[in-house]
Design a protein around this ligand. Structure first.
Ligand SMILES: *Cc1c(COP(=O)(O)O)cnc(C)c1O
Length: 422
């Protein structure tokens, strides 16, 4: 499938008068339409709710949009809880799916009345000591081994640090019951960025069967199944996007076959999607500022891995469109690089693109989730602004770019840098 940008060259030129490149741009219309489709796909389940994984795009303006579409938030840190609270998410609007959790974070989650999702058996005692056991609790399941769809190995839960074993989960539910828990949820996250309509239905089957077994063995009242994140997006043009309606139907089928006959037809399905909710509806807009001809052809842009880490960190493919040259032949082979003193700071390696001229705008696709969020400040590089393309076509600044003052802010207790701190 040809990958298209959600902005044109003319729009970007106009934006650039107001916002210097690089900047992350988000498409409000795309975000809303997709969120509505997800809701529709699971409308057969009365209690369905999406808890957006805040870590994917921790921006209050984005959270507000998703809140208007009926989503809650999925948090895993103190600041994510604080941001959710500030945006008006409270109580059952918040899922707290953390791991290696500091005491203060459990305290905060409990104080907010969030759903707490325990990652480990030992967290039962830790939570009891630090914050107390609430009446509703979730536990995260790790089946171990390999997770397969047919003959394809999707991921390796046996090697993942998350979750309870089945024996621990059953034992844990029994203990939690004696400690006053009334309602239970089961959570699992077995594969990341799946571009397959079968992942969620397969995961649902595993969790539904587990729920029936756990209920039989412990008598626990299981009210919620949290399918977590993991629905992916097609980063490369050769992949077809997931069909969320097909996914919703697949989960419904497993629900009707397993939970309904077990008298558990009132279970609510939750999701904690991040990538699926946001990735395609964000892009990184950057400008070509240097070209270099040595053993290879290089295009240097004004963004770097600080703005988008996935290619450097995972070798991830992100599609690139040279604005205004959408229909030009891709007859030049380039490495598209940032400015870090780090050779893996490359957005593309040996990528066939149209001839790039200095000043051309490049749109790096699918950066709406795990894009800006993973940024860091290596080489003292500053993080960019985030801009929202609103439904009426106007833009709004939803995070300003960092300035040197922000970079030096953590030295505010001393005077050595006083002359550059302003
Ligand atoms: C990261 C994460 C998610 C979101 O994952 P995506 O791949 O963005 O859908 C959901 N739940 C938990 C617990 C996570 O850690």
């Amino acid at each position: 499938m040809k990958k298209k940008t959600f902005v044109t060259l003319d729009q970007v030129k106009e934006m650039n008068q107001q916002y210097p490149t690089p900047f992350h741009l988000y498409d409000e219309k795309g975000i809303r339409e997709n969120a509505r489709k997800l809701k529709e796909a699971f409308s057969w389940n009365k209690g369905f709710r999406e808890y957006f994984a805040v870590k994917a795009t921790p921006n209050p303006f984005i959270l507000k949009i998703l809140q208007e579409e009926g989503c809650g938030t999925d948090c895993s840190s103190l600041t994510e809880l604080m941001m959710s609270e500030a945006c008006g998410f409270t109580g059952s609007d918040i899922m707290f799916s953390s791991n290696v959790t500091p005491a203060e974070e459990f305290k905060k989650a409990k104080e907010l009345g969030a759903f707490i999702n325990l990652d480990d058996f030992t967290h039962i005692a830790f939570l009891e000591e630090t914050a107390g056991i609430p009446e509703t609790i979730f536990c995260r399941y790790n089946p171990g081994g390999f997770f397969k769809l047919g003959t394809d190995i999707m991921d390796n839960p046996g090697d993942a640090k998350y979750g309870f074993t089945k024996e621990q989960l059953i034992e844990g539910f029994k203990i939690l019951k004696t400690k006053g828990v009334k309602q239970f949820g089961i959570h699992s996250f077995l594969a990341s960025n799946t571009v397959s309509n079968e992942y969620y239905p397969m995961l649902a089957k595993i969790l539904f069967e587990l729920a029936v077994e756990v209920k039989e063995k412990t008598g626990a009242d299981i009210k919620y199944i949290n399918l977590s994140g993991g629905i992916g997006i097609p980063y490369t043009p050769d992949k077809e996007p997931n069909d969320i309606m097909v996914i919703g139907e697949g989960v419904r089928k497993a629900f009707d076959e397993i939970l309904v006959p077990a008298g558990m037809g009132d279970v609510s399905i939750f999701t904690e999607l991040g990538r699926f909710m946001l990735a395609p509806y964000g892009c990184l807009v950057t400008k070509a500022i240097h070209e270099k001809h040595i053993y290879k052809e290089y295009i240097g842009v004004d963004a770097c891995a600080v703005n988008l880490m996935r290619p450097a960190m995972y070798g991830s493919y992100h599609h690139i469109t040279v604005l205004g040259k959408e229909d030009a032949p891709c007859d030049h082979k380039y490495d598209v690089t940032g400015s870090l003193c780090e050779n893996n700071d490359k957005f593309a390696i040996d990528r066939m693109l149209p001839k790039i001229d200095m000043g051309d705008y490049l749109v790096i696709h699918d950066t709406g989730a795990h894009g800006f969020a993973m940024g860091y400040n290596y080489n003292g590089k500053l993080k960019s602004a985030e801009v929202l393309l609103q439904e009426d076509g106007t833009t709004k600044l939803i995070r300003r770019a960092e300035t040197p003052k922000d970079y030096f802010a953590t030295f505010d207790f001393c005077d050595i840098l006083d002359n550059v701190k302003q």
